[in-house]
Design a protein around this ligand. Structure first.
Ligand SMILES: *Cc1c(COP(=O)(O)O)cnc(C)c1O
Ligand code: SF4
Length: 339
C-alpha cells in the first residue's frame, strides 16, 4: 500500500509548468547534458512537429543518456525526416469520420471530442503528428452543436475526450462541457484520454477533482504511460486523489522500439500501474505515421511479447494488444494464437 496525501495543487502550479516547457532541440540537449555533437544538424531549424517537454517529465529522465527510454519518446532524431513506404501522414483516415468540427463518431456507442489541439508534451511517435489540429477542435461556441448531435444520437452513451490533450484546457471549460453532457440523459460515461497526468501530474488540481467528484457521469481516466519509470510518487498522489473522487483508472500504452519492447519492461509497467491503482487497458501497435518508423515493432514480435506476459502476469494485468486499421469500425484485436 502506498500512503498518499491529498494534493493541494492549483491552476497556477501546472500552468507555470506547462508554459515553462522546453521547446527546442538545443534546450533539450542542454537540460539533459547530452553530447552536443549528437544533435542532428537537420534539426537546428524550425520543425513541423516541434519539441515540447515539461519539467516534471524531464526530471524523470537520466541526464547524459541518449538511450533513456523516456528520453527516446521526446527526442527528435534525423530518422524522422526519412520517407518509408507504408508510413503516411493520416494512417487512420480520421479526416473521413468527422461529421462536424471537433467530433469523431466511428464507433456506435462512443463519440470522441477534440477539446484541444495542443498537448503538454510532443511524443515523437504520435499518430496525430500531421493531423490538422488547428482547424479541428472545439471552441466554446461550438459546444451547442455537440449537444444537438448527442440529442439526435441517443445510441451514444459515452463521450471520450481526446486530443490533442483534453487536460491542457481550463477547469472552467471542462466544467461547462460536463454541464452540457449531464443534461443529455443518454450520456452515462465520460472518458478522458490524457498523457498529462504522466508528464504534469500537478494538473490534477483541486478544481478538477471537485468537478469530477460532483458530476452524475461515471468518469474514466485513461492515462497514457509507456514505461514504469514514468510513474513516480507525485503521479501516485494524483491518482490516489482521482480514485477518491470516484474516477476509474485505466492505462493505454504504445509498443515502442527501444522504449518498452521487452517483456521485463511491460511486466514492470503493469505491476507499477497496479500499485498506482490503474489497470492496463490497451497496448497499441504503432500506427504507421510518417516520421515514426524508427519506433516500429513488427506484429510477430509483439505477439511473442504478449505470450510472455500471459505466462508472467495475472489476466487482469494483461493489456489487449490492438492495432487500428483505417476504415474498420473498431480497434482490431491481434490474435495471439494462445492455446
Ligand atoms: C479508440 C477510439 C474510441 C474508443 O474505443 P474503445 O475501444 O472504446 O477504447 C472511440 N473513438 C475513436 C475515434 C477512437 O479512435
Ligand atoms: S500526448 Fe498523445 S496526442 Fe499528444 S503528442 Fe503525445 S501521443 Fe500525441
Amino acid at each position: 500500500m502506498i500512503t498518499r496525501t491529498a494534493p493541494t495543487w492549483h491552476t497556477e502550479d501546472w500552468q507555470i509548468l506547462l508554459s515553462g516547457s522546453i521547446r527546442s532541440p538545443e534546450a533539450l540537449w542542454k537540460r539533459l547534458e547530452l553530447p552536443l555533437e549528437t544533435l542532428p544538424a537537420g534539426l537546428r531549424g524550425h520543425q513541423a512537429f516541434p519539441v515540447r517537454v515539461p519539467e516534471p517529465y524531464l526530471d524523470k529522465i537520466q541526464p547524459g543518456r541518449l538511450d533513456d527510454p523516456l528520453l527516446l519518446q521526446v527526442l527528435p532524431v534525423a530518422a524522422e525526416s526519412e520517407t518509408v513506404p507504408g508510413f503516411v501522414a493520416d494512417p487512420l483516415g480520421e479526416r473521413q469520420a468527422n461529421p462536424q468540427i471537433g467530433l469523431l463518431h466511428k464507433y456506435q456507442s462512443r463519440v470522441l471530442l477534440v477539446l484541444s489541439g495542443a498537448c503538454a508534451v510532443n511524443c515523437r511517435y504520435c499518430f496525430r503528428r500531421h493531423f490538422p489540429y488547428a482547424d479541428n477542435r472545439l471552441s466554446s461556441h461550438e459546444f451547442d452543436p455537440v449537444g444537438a448531435y448527442l440529442q439526435a444520437h441517443p445510441e451514444v452513451n459515452e463521450v471520450i475526450l481526446s486530443g490533442g490533450d483534453p487536460l491542457v484546457v481550463s477547469n472552467a471549460r471542462i466544467s461547462s462541457l460536463l454541464n452540457l453532457l449531464e443534461n443529455i440523459p443518454s450520456v452515462q460515461r465520460l472518458r478522458i484520454h490524457s498523457r498529462v497526468p504522466v508528464v504534469i501530474p500537478q494538473r490534477i488540481d483541486a478544481g478538477l477533482l471537485d468537478a469530477l467528484a460532483q458530476t452524475r457521469l461515471d468518469v474514466v481516466l485513461v492515462t497514457h504511460s509507456n514505461h514504469p519509470r514514468e510513474l513516480d510518487a507525485v503521479f501516485d498522489t494524483a491518482m490516489g486523489a482521482l480514485r477518491q473522487a470516484g474516477v476509474h483508472l485505466l492505462n493505454q500504452a504504445v509498443l515502442l522500439r527501444g522504449v518498452n519492447d521487452q517483456a521485463d519492461v511491460l511486466v514492470a509497467l503493469s505491476e507499477r500501474l497496479f500499485q498506482g491503482g490503474i489497470l492496463p487497458y490497451y497496448l497499441h501497435l504503432l500506427d504507421p505515421v510518417a516520421g515514426a518508423h524508427h519506433f516500429d515493432v513488427p506484429e510477430a514480435e509483439a505477439r511473442s511479447l504478449m505470450v510472455q506476459l500471459h505466462r508472467r502476469l495475472p489476466g487482469f494485468l494483461i493489456p489487449r494488444l490492438v492495432r487500428e486499421i483505417s476504415g474498420k469500425p473498431g480497434k482490431t484485436l491481434i490474435d495471439l494464437h494462445l492455446s
